[in-house]
Structures are given as C-alpha cells and as structure tokens.
Design a protein around this ligand. Structure first.
Ligand code: GLY
Length: 352
C-alpha cells in the first residue's frame, strides 16, 4: 500500500514511521516542517497532572499513550540510531498560595477518585522533593508517572527513523482538496495540524497560540530536576536549559512574540523556581496548537482513502504513539482500534 502523509509534525512523522514499519510505502509531504507545533512544545507527557474535569475519555487515551511511550521510545532509538530524549523524571505540581492549594486539592480529589497514582505533599515535602522550588511553595502533588521527552530530539529521531525505513520526504504538499485527490497514493493521512481544514473543509480544527521560552543555566542558577507545574506556567528541565510555557491564546494565526506574555511567563516561572531569574533567556518561541471543540483529537477514516490524525491540541507529543499505531492498524485492517473509537473525526461534538 502506498501512503501519503500530509504533515511532518510529530503526528505525521510518527504515523509515517509506524506505517513504514508495517510494510507500507510511505511519503511525507510538508512544505515547511520547521513550523510544526512540536518544534516549540515542552514535551510534557503528563496525563495525570494535566487532568481536566469532564475529559475522562481523553484521559483514557492519554494514559494508554503514556503506557506505550517507553516501548515507542526504545523502538525509535533502535531505528533512528539516536536517543529520542525520553526522560522519566516525574512531575511536581506546586501551589504558591492558599488559592492555588485549593485548586490542587480539587485536582488531587479528582485524581484519587479516578484511581490515578499521585502523592499529596506539604510545603516542606514538595521543597524537599524538588529543591529548586521557591521557599514560599505551600504544598503540591507529586506524580511519579508523568514524564517528558525532548521535543526537538524526538522530531530529529523520528525523521531519522522514518528515513531508515525508506519513508520519502517531499517539500511540496497539496494545498486544497482537488490537489489532495490528485495525489498518487492508495491512502492519504491528513496530519497537517491546524492547517488541516484547508485539505478537509469543515474539519473543526483551529490554531491556539502558545508562547514558550527557553532559558539556559550558567551553572550558578538552580534549575529543577522534575517537570514543575504551577497553575499558570510550567518549567521543564532540558539538559542545561529549561522550557517555560505556555500561553493559551485563541487568537487565530498569530505568530507574534508579545512582550507582556514573556514578562508574565518569566514572572510566574521565577515565582515557582527562583533560579529562572538568573538564567540566560535564549529563545522566545510561538507555536500554534491544533485545537478542536472538545479538546480531543480527530483520529479515523473519513472515506475509503482518507484518514485524519490531527486536533491533538495540548497533547500531540503524548498522543503520538497511540495515534500512530491506530492509524497504521486502520490502514492495514480497515478497522480503527477500539482505543480511538471515541475520537472519530465525525463525532457529534466536533461537527460544525
Ligand atoms: N501541553 C503543553 C501546552 O500545550 O502548553
């Protein structure tokens, strides 16, 4: 089977690589791979810490994908011949004041109610667990199973692994439905993130802007060993750097870095982790997440030839393993696996 994958972001590359491993002849089309949202992402793999009330179906998918991450990363390392940067560091969620603590206690109650693994920590305990935290930390949660992956190493490993499995990469891509129909392929996988509606009109995906910073330690600033989550900001350790994010702005296709956003991110991050203020600011980035009306991805067949894998919003990196395996299975067997059944692209919740 000849498969055209439209989009060289984390979803498109993962789908391409997994399909190629299953014997398909795959070509990835993307005129601008550098604009993939995953280039800017922090790479958190945090289904428990990022639990949202009312999103239990998505939680199940997130947990299933987190479960697959260790084998996905190991197989990727094997095919790519390089380390994709999967780090099992755990995550601390931190309350800076009593209001934060109430929010964390609600989150904790939901997590426990769903049977998730989480520890409630006092202020002293959370500071002992993560010494880079400010002395003012009032309490927190520790989730030993929420991890992270280096987003840029991951993309580079996926490109190498795809190459090792003879996936073709082309820098042209159809820009509209007629051009997509004209592609010489048995199956087309639309994984073009927020741009996907240009290829599949009516697909309910829109861009949601996220501004993200990178800071580097000169060795004097104390940066965290765990992923640190505040209520409005996260700080993700990445070697001698940290990634600080992120704004969530429903403002359309806007790639501007705003001074106010940088100020707020730095202020909130340094409040949690004072060492951030001592670090060198090395990058201010912007990414556009592909969001859907119910915050869950669109994974499934639209017709006999077209499959959609987009709309992963804040969970694209986390959901890459389960999405890629589901698309490969769908293409091989004609049936999407049960795990993605609630996320079919034509479900009522995402119809426009
Ligand atoms: N998952 C992190 C973000 O979307 O900012």
């Amino acid at each position: 089977m000849r498969v055209a994958v439209l989009g060289a972001g984390v979803i498109g590359l993962s789908v391409a690589w997994r399909c190629a491993r299953r014997g398909m002849e795959v070509t990835v089309h993307d005129p601008a791979p550098a604009r993939a949202a995953a280039n800017v992402a922090a790479g958190m793999l945090a289904p428990v810490t990022e639990l949202h009330a009312g999103e239990e179906a998505l939680l199940a998918l997130n947990l299933e994908s987190a479960r697959r991450w260790p084998s996905f990363a190991a197989e990727l390392a094997g095919d790519a011949g390089c380390d994709p940067g999967y780090v099992t560091c755990g995550t601390v969620a931190v309350a800076r004041d009593l209001d934060d603590l109430r929010v964390l206690d609600d989150l904790h109650a939901q997590q426990v109610g769903l049977g998730l693994q989480v520890e409630r920590l006092s202020g002293r305990e959370v500071r002992r667990r993560e010494p880079a935290l400010a002395p003012s930390a009032r309490g927190g949660l520790f989730v030993g199973g929420d991890h992270q992956v280096d987003n840029r190493r991951l993309l580079s490993a996926l490109r190498r692994a795809a190459g090792a499995r003879a996936v073709g990469m082309v820098t042209t891509s159809p820009e509209d439905p007629p051009a997509m129909r004209a592609l010489d392929a048995d199956a087309v996988v639309v994984a073009a993130g927020w741009r996907s509606p240009a290829l599949v009109p009516g697909l309910a995906v829109r861009p949601v802007k996220g501004q993200v910073l990178r800071l580097r330690s000169d060795g004097r600033s104390v940066l965290p060993a765990h992923v640190v989550r505040g209520l409005d900001v996260y700080v993700v350790p990445r070697g001698d750097e940290v990634v600080v994010g992120a704004t969530v702005e429903d403002v359309g296709e806007d790639l501007t870095v705003r001074a106010g956003a940088v100020h707020d991110l730095l202020h909130d991050a340094a409040d949690l982790v004072p060492g951030v203020a001592e670090a060198e600011l090395v990058e201010c980035g912007v990414g556009l997440r592909p969001a859907t009306p119910d915050n869950a991805p669109l994974i499934g067949a639209l017709d006999e030839r077209t499959v959609v894998a987009t709309g992963h919003y804040r969970n694209g990196i986390l959901l890459a393993p389960v999405t890629a395996d589901a698309v490969a299975e769908l293409l091989v067997s004609g049936e999407a696996p049960d795990v993605v059944a609630p996320f079919r692209p034509e479900r009522p919740a995402v119809r426009r």
